[in-house]
Design a protein around this ligand. Sequence first.
Ligand code: AMP
Length: 400
Amino acid sequence: MNKKLTIDQLDLRGKKVLVRVDFNVPLNKDGTVRDDTRIRETLPTINKILREGGKPILMSHLGRPKGKPNPEFSLARVAEHLAKMLDKPVRFAKDCIGFEAARGVAELPSGECLLLENLRFHAEEEKNDAMFAQSLAILGDVFVNDAFGSAHRAHASTEGVAHFLPQGAAGYLMMKELDYLNKVLNDPARPFTAILGGAKISGKIEVIQNLMKIVDSLLIGGGMAFAFLKAKGIEIGDSLFEPETLEPAREILKAAESSKVEFLLPIDAVIGDKLEAYAQVKMVPADKIPAGWRGLDIGPQTAKLFRTRILASRKIFWNGPMGVFELTPFAGGTRVVANSLAEVTTGGALTVVGGGDSVAAMEQFGLAKKVSHISTGGGASLEFIEGKELPGVAALTDAP
Ligand code: AMP
């Protein structure tokens, strides 16, 4: 993909800067912000615009309100939270287009920013409707996209809007994410290892096929490993399994056999009689999971094997936990992977963790600062690593 214009190349003075941010943050039951990582990561971009005398007009989605206004998904509380983080007033517009938005922009004094209400209160956002994109575009003079986590979706605020403004540039968070992920793809350091986990394999089949073209080792854990074990004819008890993934899993195994990529599956498992913290727990070889039991983590032998591979690698990309790490008895495998990643980073390897759950795991173990880069976009980072073009990036103006 061509190099894109960055915020550093924009003349921001006196400009209304329409910024797509990713404020899709987890909320507490009372609507307050539980984890403000995504907001914090965008502060450099917002502060730059304010410093240079521009007016930031921020737009984001939050949750899945399904195209209709719903107070549960209002960004109003996020505006309050942002004001505290910026230590500056943040204005809020009750709609992201139309009269409320236009009035918010017209009344915005310099030195303050405006947050527009949830983009997904309009069904047109996810449909990338051109009229809707145009209604957003008229609010700004230039466009900045800092929402890496949404860049793999061609929505009105990430893709469509860029066509209706003279300049579209990457913000600092977007630049940082692309920079690290480009390094993962292009840095000649080898071996390159990808670790994939998480609940399901569906939706990740293409990812696995594409990763096999670029990595030296592919380590598979989490619920998705059971599709492969089953495809090998192994009984997996009551472990997670989607029948429609059996055939694609067989194909991947066949492709792995004829490729040079080392394709590692769990050789043992931590199994439970139910998915609960107080389940009965046993460790068994991967081909000895009894009926009525389910595999809920990779076993110690697998963890040891994965650790050895990780420590021997120079570039590592990790997406998805190795087990149900939210429950202590099944967190061991994910912890070993997280610790190994931290250790190999100290030794100079390039390590990138993408995906909400693996990031949450790194945080749970206090290791988030010990890897080269934690990506704010799970889906977006996977698609980028696969070599797909991200529509939210492609739509930005090419750098001169
Ligand atoms: P994903 O959204 O696909 O990345 O999946 C993340 C979730 O997968 C986490 O909440 C884990 O608890 C869950 N998970 C990981 N391993 C397993 C497993 N063996 N069985 C069921 N769920 C799992």
